[in-house]
Design a protein around this ligand. Structure first.
Ligand code: NAD
Length: 502
């Protein structure tokens, strides 16, 4: 089934249409500004390829202005603000977002190509919950007290404690797959911790971050506490190189993450990196077959495969291998592609023509290397950047489609004969973000979980993330856990205070 062609913007509500009716500006020091160069980036609807609006293309000079504003704010009243007031501001922001959730979901669906229903009930709910969850941390940041043993000076005693202090000015760089959720996962813990931020959304999907900027001002955050700078990789690089940025929090590709880590060394910035993945879905022979098929489909086709934890390698125990592959192929063939505003759509387009060409290149490599194409394999002709959900069977670990992150709806399946082999295959990757096990044998699952080299292991589920549950990767998937209490630790540093009892 080909995608429907819709003028989606015309279907949006008044608030979203108003937002799109004029070129957008970016937020620096509480003011909406153009880039100094005047350059702009066009923002497209991936379902139609049509232009939605445009945003400023910041360069190093704009980044410099934003960093200066964030520094002034950090050293101004923001640092004296009581934790409970930071909490109240974040809760207010959550309330405002909840009140405008429909308009935000529409903007997100238009900008990223995701289904409106997913944006409304997935992305918006997660973003609102995450703001509230992190608001609570503002009042719960604690250090430790320590009793030193140092006694070399007779009769002199010491006590020591640690204070967790905000890292300072944080540069935050995010990708296009969950634009609003990524923005919130970055700014909420940083603000709870007392940092100020310069957020750079992805050039493909800057709209909901800018809309969030409007709510930041409305909620009453002081000017300069949140700055949102739109631009491409050059703007991100300027943030990484800036000497007055104390930390970079990055979510994106491993390649750019590696560049950031190298460049940040020059100023010894703190860095946390949420990078790519090649997550295995391991189906054991006792698993509930129907659940495992639906689970494997959701693991790879959710958000059109553009998920860092996408279950892109499917490992199935041999007795049920053919049944799982066949079932997954049927699910893939039945998925209805279409624009996010069409209620009949079950899967939207990829983010860009470039991404679609990249995915096609991987599919061709898979065919060349001898993978058996069970479903999909092609782009859909017509407007928009649609690509059919694709299933490869009989793949081997050396194939490119099994080693590299495709970031599209393409899964590579292979059989295994016993759990030890499954573990070996699952860990045979340079990534370490997520993994899922599908089994009804709890003791087998408990034995396998510690052996899987991944930041998150799901049992009988996949892609389940929650603001309260730490999330992050190993190996080339990066380091630093976001979400949960770990997120606040990412944005604070321990200062040690030792007191002589003279
Ligand atoms: P990308 O790395 O190309 O871009 C991410 C961001 O970095 C964008 O804002 C981009 O403008 C910026 N950027 C590009 N070059 C830069 C540079 N030299 N210095 C600083 N910033 C630069 O990634 P993408 O294509 O937007 O997103 C897809 C990738 O993101 C995938 O690899 C995916 O796995 C990863 N991702 C990871 C997670 C996670 O939590 N681990 C979540 C979502 C996406």
């Amino acid at each position: 089934m080909g995608p429907a062609t819709l003028d989606q913007t015309g279907l949006a509500g008044e608030a979203a249409r108003r937002f799109l009716s004029s070129p957008r500006r970016m937020l620096i020091d509480g003011t909406w500004v153009e880039a100094i160069s005047g350059a702009r980036i066009e923002v497209l609807d991936p379902a139609t390829g049509g232009a939605l609006t445009s945003v400023p293309a910041a360069d190093a000079r704009d980044v410099d202005r934003a960093v200066a504003a964030a520094r002034r704010a950090f050293e101004g009243d923001w640092s004296d603000m009581r934790p409970v007031e930071r909490e109240r501001l974040l809760l207010k922001l959550a309330d405002l977002l909840e009140a405008r959730a429909d308009a935000f979901a529409e903007l997100e669906a238009l900008d990223s190509g995701k289904l409106l229903v997913m944006a409304r009930h997935g992305d918006l709910s997660i973003a609102i919950d995450s703001l509230r969850y992190n608001a609570g941390w503002a009042t719960k940041i604690e250090g430790a007290t320590i009793t030193p043993s140092f006694r070399y000076v007779p009769d002199l005693r010491f006590s020591a404690h640690t204070r967790r202090e905000p890292v300072g000015v944080v540069g935050q760089i995010i990708p296009w797959n969950f634009p609003l959720v990524m923005a919130v996962w970055k700014i909420a813990p940083a603000l709870a911790a007392g940092c100020t931020v310069v957020l750079k959304p992805a050039e493909d999907t800057p709209l909901t971050a800018l809309a969030l900027g409007e709510l930041v001002a409305e909620a009453g955050f002081p000017d300069g506490v949140v700055n949102i700078v739109t631009g491409d990789g050059a703007a991100g690089a300027a943030l990484v190189d800036h000497p007055d940025v104390d930390k970079i929090a990055f979510t994106g590709s491993t390649e750019v993450g590696q560049t950031i880590q190298r460049r940040a060394a020059a100023t010894m910035k703190r860095v946390s990196l949420e990078l790519g993945g090649k997550s295995p879905v391991v189906v054991l022979k006792d698993a509930n077959l129907e659940q495992a098929i639906q689970g494997a489909a959701m693991a790879i086709f959710f958000n059109h495969g553009q998920v860092c934890t996408a279950g892109s390698r499917l490992l199935v125990e041999r007795p049920i291998y053919e049944a799982v592959v066949e079932g997954l192929g049927q699910v893939a063939e039945a998925l209805r592609l279409g624009a996010g505003f069409d209620p009949a759509s079950q899967m939207g387009p990829l983010i860009s023509a470039r991404q679609r060409a990249r995915v096609k290149g991987y599919v061709e490599a898979g065919e060349r290397e001898g993978g058996r194409l069970v479903a999909g394999g092609d782009a859909v002709s017509g407007p928009g950047f649609f690509f059919r959900p694709t299933v490869f069977a009989d793949t081997t670990p050396q194939m490119q489609i099994c080693r590299e992150e495709i970031f599209g709806p393409v899964v590579a399946a292979m059989p295994f004969d016993e759990p030890q082999e499954a573990l070996r295959l699952a860990n045979d990757t340079s990534f370490g973000l997520g993994a899922s096990l599908w089994t009804n044998d709890l003791s087998l699952a408990n034995r396998m979980v510690p052996k899987l080299r991944a930041g998150t292991v799901w049992v009988n589920c996949h892609n389940v993330l929650d603001p309260a549950v730490p999330f992050g990767g190993l190996k080339l998937s990066g380091y630093g856990k976001e979400l949960g209490h770990s997120a606040v630790e990412l944005y604070t540093e321990a200062k040690t205070v030792t007191v002589a009892h003279v």
